[in-house]
Design a protein around this ligand. Structure first.
Ligand code: SF4
Length: 680
């Protein structure tokens, strides 16, 4: 038999800063291999373990192949196959009925199941704008840090990732780069070979922490205290770039006064680390050039997460690190991409309406809200796409209770029967990245990537865009924009600001970003300076200067729950994606709680033993792993397992809270007190 092999270029759609360029080999219409594109410098021919298994995920035996309608009780996971016409007619009928009363009772719920601009919100936003549905505040991951960057640097901007290779000191702050930013880690390794010092700042002794020269295992939620103490030392030892501060910053006197209240002894006490570690780090940061900070979102999932990012983002300006291309800071580069969201999402379809906004991080409470003048109408319909809230949203006891409401109409667009899909009234099978067009920004580099479909949709799967087009037609939305095909949407995303022909030809194109973008200031803030003092925050009644805000659930405040818990991702999962890929689950084994030997001994817990992790919100069960990866007093509940694959049908979010961050209304997953006990 003849085989015809084709290679198709695409982009990794997952919530990862690396946004790799993919090359899929297709034989006789079947994808047989997914590899990293060697011609794309950021990918460099290498993919992480997760996405190297992409064909296993695409052709998974449990892939959803047909629309399904619920037949059993809510949440039972019992469904029957229906036709697309039956499913879409039922959805449109229900939405029309609700919209007649108030379209705000319909809530879209989506996040980064795909990072694509087209299969993300490309057609979905048009549909929900035209309907007048509630807005969703998409806060679940990055909003505190994102808002902090906007208030300090003027946007989600920073140094170019490729220049970390030439840095001489790299602070890897709040990131397990080996697991979640692999291509940056390769650059850090290159810098290390050239003599750079790597310091990891993270409560957990992660795979990354153990490979750095030094690990600073601070308490969760104390990063701002550490940053302020570093400033204290920079000031008292005069390791400052006075000229840069004078020319390119705003609010120096106030910040100086604030930082001088944070001698290393005070911060060491708050952070639970030796004074010497702070003074040594300050010396290194103040005297090594170029010094760079790779910040990641883990550390902003606490009450003071926004302030902490603000404090850290002030550091490079104090020492003039921005002057060199290999100095500065990178948390996210996504603000550098000129996406034409108005053209793509069409907010004009709201036609003057201003729907209320629901925060995705409090979906548990909001689904249980009866409706009121302040809240608006009770949520009657939920359309979930690119997200798995029953597994990933905080305080899942409440989330599940909401999803079990008999009067809630839930539609889920998915690849698999996730915990959320189990609670649907109708499940619609969606295409994977190998089956559709999309276009991608990145939050870790500055290239735009195009994703072409490599194979035909599997089973009866349809693209998200096609599903919203079909629903729009049934709702009677006849605006011409609902006719746009996916290639047109890809072209619309960037208009004329990127060379689309180059994207078609090579799969990626590089934005023209200067090598050292803030060497001479020019930050995209209102003042054009790095804003130590933010007048915009002050105008909102907030502190205009960064400060340390103690956690909502401060360790030591509750005798019943003495342990702080963080829930970083298991290395082979990406949020709740990939948990059902058998070969990856085999590597992870089972849900684990890492606990320090002292804390384990106090509770009579041994490695491999089943434990209960609990607080007033709920409990979940998993295996304990007595490990030096956990610092004393802190346990690491690795996530995010699907609830139904956990030993007691729950996961780590059973104990996390719906409290919010200081900025950006984000969740506080790592601001959580628990107790742990062995299960006989
Ligand atoms: S998850 Fe990240 S590292 Fe893995 S292939 Fe996707 S972009 Fe690359």
């Amino acid at each position: 038999m003849n085989t015809t092999a084709l290679t198709i270029r695409g982009a990794c759609p997952h919530d990862c800063p690396d946004t790799c360029s993919l090359v899929t080999t297709v034989e006789n219409g079947v994808a047989v291999r997914v590899q990293g594109n060697a011609e794309h410098r950021h990918t460099d021919g290498v993919l992480c373990t997760k996405v190297s298994r992409y064909t296993e995920r695409t052709y998974h035996p449990e892939r959803l192949l047909h629309p399904l309608k619920r037949t059993g009780p809510k949440g039972s996971g019992q469904f029957e196959r229906v036709s697309w016409d039956e499913a879409l007619d039922a959805i449109a009928d229900r939405l029309k009925t609700i919209a007649t009363r108030d379209p705000q009772a319909v809530l879209p719920y989506s996040y980064a199941g795909t990072m694509g601009q087209v299969q993300g919100e490309g057609m979905a936003a048009r549909f929900f704008h035209r309907l007048g549905a509630s807005f969703l505040d998409r806060t679940i991951c990055a909003s505190a840090g994102g808002e902090a960057l906007v208030q300090t640097l003027g946007g989600k901007v920073g140094m170019k990732v490729e220049h970390f290779a030439a840095s001489k000191l790299i602070l890897i702050w709040g990131s397990n780069s080996i697991g979640s930013n692999l291509h940056f880690w390769r650059l850090a390794q290159q810098a290390k070979r050239d003599g750079a010092r790597l310091v990891c700042i993270d409560p957990r002794r992660s795979e990354t922490a153990e490979k750095c020269h030094e690990h600073i295992a601070l308490r969760p939620g104390t990063d701002a205290a550490l940053a302020l103490a570093l400033m204290h030392q920079l000031i008292t030892h005069d390791w400052l770039d006075h000229d840069y501060i004078a020319q390119h910053t705003l609010g120096w006197e106030g910040l100086r006064e604030r930082a001088l209240r944070w001698p290393p002894e005070r911060a060491a006490n708050v952070c639970g680390i030796p004074v010497q570690q702070i003074t040594d780090l300050a010396r290194a940061y103040g005297t090594t050039k170029p010094a760079a900070i790779r910040l990641n979102y883990g550390m902003q999932r606490v009450r003071g997460g926004g302030n902490a990012v603000r404090a850290i983002a002030c550091l490079p300006a104090l020492v003039g690190a921005w002057r060199e291309s290999a100095g500065g800071l990178l948390l996210s580069s996504s603000g550098l991409f000129p996406v034409d969201r108005a053209a793509l999402h069409r907010p004009d379809l709201l036609a003057g309406r201003s729907p209320r906004t629901i925060n995705m991080s409090t979906i548990g409470n909001d689904l249980l809200h009866e409706g009121s003048a302040g809240f608006g109408p009770k949520i009657e319909a939920l359309i979930v796409y690119n997200s798995n809230p029953v597994a990933v949203a905080p305080e899942s006891g409440k989330v599940v209770q909401g999803f079990l409401r008999e009067d809630l109409f839930t539609v889920v667009l998915e690849h698999f029967k996730t915990d959320t899909a189990d609670h649907a009234d109708i499940i619609l099978p969606a295409t994977t990245q190998l089956e559709h067009w999309d276009i991608h920004t990145s939050y870790g580099h500055t290239d735009v990537l195009l994703n072409r479909p490599a194979i035909a949709p599997v089973g009866e799967a349809r693209t998200n865009t096609d599903i919203f087009r079909a629903l729009a037609a049934r709702m009677g939305f006849d605006d011409p924009c609902f006719q746009d095909d996916d290639e047109t949407l890809c072209r619309t995303a960037f208009g004329n600001t990127v060379d689309f022909q180059q994207l078609l030809d090579q799969g990626f194109t590089t934005l023209p970003v200067p090598e050292a973008p803030y060497a001479n200031g020019g930050f995209p803030t209102p003042s054009g300076r790095c804003e130590f003092f933010s007048a915009r925050l002050a105008a909102q009644g907030m502190d205009g200067l960064p400060d340390h805000l103690p956690n909502h659930e401060l360790q030591g405040s509750s005798p019943a729950y003495p342990l702080a818990m963080i829930s970083p991702p298991a290395r082979n999962f990406l949020n709740s994606s990939f948990v059902n890929v058998q070969s990856l689950r085999d590597i992870e084994g089972e849900p684990l709680l890492e606990i320090h030997a002292d804390d384990a001994a106090l509770r009579g817990i041994e490695s491999g033993q089943m434990v209960r992790v609990f607080n007033d919100r709920g409990e979940y069960r998993c295996k304990a792993k007595v490990s030096t990866r956990a610092r004393p007093g802190v346990v690491n509940g690795l996530g995010i397992w699907w609830r139904k694959l956990g030993p007691s049908g729950t996961n780590v979010n059973e104990v996390t809270s719906q409290q919010l961050t200081d900025m950006g209304r984000g969740p506080v997953f790592y601001d959580c007190l628990v107790e742990v006990a062995s299960v006989p």
